[in-house]
Design a protein. Structure first.
Length: 168
């Protein structure tokens, strides 16, 4: 019986210590929360820089390069991007097409890897204006103007840009 009483006293002592630790943690947490909430709020700096801003700092592509965007006659809701006059001067082209579809800004880009055009004079690319998932495609409707932004990288690694709005 004496052993049981002793265990109860030890358990009560451990419970008091645990309760004390919880109270201290609660006070510290309350202090941190109070400190965070009482600080004046400042506007966060704008860290997002759009691709359009980045490409504006680059020089324009050589005037001999021509870009056309036409509505595809073979595929619905598809445009054809044609770049001519590359003359083997460029190694890659990254593209971004943006457009308004029923009041929402949408877009398509070349992804993380630009298109390889090394040694080529022309680039032709079909671009679907819509969203596809597992071979089920939903077209973006009401598109009348597409903005094309291209970033060219020449054989020396220098970048240049092209940007234009096309009515389709």
């Amino acid at each position: 019986m004496a052993g049981t009483g002793r265990r109860v006293l030890i358990a009560m002592k451990n419970m008091k210590v645990l309760l004390g630790v919880l109270v201290v943690l609660l006070v510290i947490t309350g202090g941190v929360v109070w400190n965070v909430l009482s600080k004046p709020k400042t506007a966060a700096p704008q860290a997002v820089q759009t691709r359009q801003t980045e490409t504006q700092a680059e020089p324009s592509v050589d005037a001999s390069v021509t870009v056309a965007l036409t509505k595809s006659t073979a595929k619905a809701n598809t445009v054809e991007l044609a770049v001519n006059g590359l003359s083997g001067k460029y190694t890659s082209i990254a593209y971004e097409l943006s457009y308004n579809s029923n009041g929402l800004i949408k877009g398509v880009n070349s992804g993380s890897k630009p298109l390889d055009v090394a040694g080529k004079d022309t680039l032709t690319r079909e671009v679907y204006l819509g969203t596809c998932s597992r071979n089920d495609c939903t077209p973006d409707t009401g598109v009348s103007t597409v903005t094309v932004a291209l970033e060219f990288t020449d054989v020396q690694g220098k970048k240049s840009q092209f940007s234009k709005d096309f009515a389709i």
